[in-house]
Design a protein around this ligand. Structure first.
Ligand code: ACO
Length: 330
């Protein structure tokens, strides 16, 4: 009998603090009009003092576990996707394991930037389908606000903080991830980078003074790459699953820029009502974006039992990923 890995529960956490475009007008030379027209974003959430990537992840994970009706001690593994860990080490996944009391779970972090959740979902699904695990928590969490240069208008208006989680459980029902694709173009790494603080450029007074511990991005070059790769990834996972665009119920793209989403929608010839968009409220939360979008699509009834959903993402690396899921519990 074929084994699948259904999404048995999902959860999200958005910090309370809201930063609007009008707030940003008081911080850098920008305008609400520019941000809305060029990105579609109206506001984003920021972690407050005392919150960090692990605490956001724990809130999302608890909700997902509760919904899956699964005690944390029944988890076999925690895979945590982030580009903004609490520390280089220990892994943020281990901090989450401790906070949840998931005493039987292995735990590791996975770094694939905005594609991280789809990478983690693919790894987790394969570990269940291969028989190594029964229950896996996949959680994506980001506190990008801690790594943004709040004086750089070309990046600080784009990002937000949040976490999303999914509990994967083994089942013989054809549910969960059916096909996926993972890709990378390492030659484009310099286009989106946090240059210093790692082994290549350890922290010095000079790196601090030079703003090398903040996100640096060449946004317009990533834009074209994003449109191409997100479209191709969506088509590839449909083809692998033997399904057509007409059979797709909902497309959940990475939420970085409304113009990117619209351009992908046009390439795929998808009507607006079959494309999920929530970036106006949250901005780009990197790896956390897609699980939060899936949660909200399910909460609002857009995702129903048996629906075919395709998600695709791109991010630093450069990386990209696509996933086709059949929605529904084990
Ligand atoms: N307010 C006002 N003006 C601005 C702002 C701002 N916040 N930011 C940039 N500008 C100006 C620029 O200085 C430039 O001015 P100039 O023409 O006088 O030089 C002008 O606006 C146009 O700048 P562009 O960068 O060409 O603007 P573009 O239309 O490409 O939009 C944006 C920029 C929104 C960044 C877009 O390129 C984009 O979304 N790219 C994708 C980036 C992305 O998604 N990155 C995340 C990857 S995910 C991850 O891994 C974290």
């Amino acid at each position: 009998m074929t084994r699948y890995a259904a999404i048995a529960g999902w959860g999200k956490y958005l910090p309370q603090r809201v930063l609007t475009n009008t707030d940003l007008e008081r911080m850098v030379a920008t305008s609400d009009e520019w941000i809305r027209e060029r990105t579609g974003i109206a506001e984003r959430r920021l972690a407050s003092e005392g919150e960090c990537s692990s605490t956001l992840a724990v809130r999302a994970a608890r909700q997902a576990l509760q919904q899956a009706d699964l005690p944390a001690f029944s988890l076999d593994l925690i895979i945590l996707a982030t580009s903004t860990p609490d520390h280089f080490f220990p892994a943020t996944a281990c901090l989450v394991q401790d906070a949840l009391g998931a005493i039987h779970a292995g735990a590791f972090d996975l770094e694939a930037a905005c594609s991280g959740f789809l990478y983690a979902l693919t790894v987790g699904t394969q570990l269940i389908r291969g028989g190594l695990c029964e229950n896996i928590l996949v959680v994506a969490t980001e506190t990008l606000s801690r790594f943004v240069n709040w004086q750089d208008r070309s990046t600080c208006v784009l990002f937000g903080d949040g976490a999303g989680a999914a509990v994967l459980r083994a089942t013989d029902r054809r549910r969960g991830l059916i096909s996926s694709t993972l890709g990378a173009y390492g030659a484009g790494g310099e286009l989106l980078i946090l240059p210093a603080g790692g082994s290549a450029r350890p922290a010095t007074q000079q790196t601090l003074d030079g703003g090398q511990h903040f996100i640096h991005m060449k946004g317009n070059q990533i834009f074209r790459f994003a449109v191409r790769k997100m479209s191709e990834a969506a088509l590839e996972v449909l083809e692998k699953a033997g399904l057509s665009l007409e059979e797709l119920d909902l497309f959940v793209p990475h939420q970085a820029n409304l113009r990117i989403i619209q351009a992908v929608g046009q390439r795929l010839n998808l009507p607006e009502e079959r494309i999920f968009v929530n970036l106006q409220r949250y901005g780009n939360m990197s790896a956390a974006t897609i699980p939060i979008a899936l949660c909200e699509a399910a909460e609002s009834g857009l995702l129903q039992e048996g629906h075919v959903v395709v998600a695709s993402a791109f991010g630093a690396g450069l990386t990209w990923a696509g996933a086709l899921l059949i929605w529904g519990r084990p």
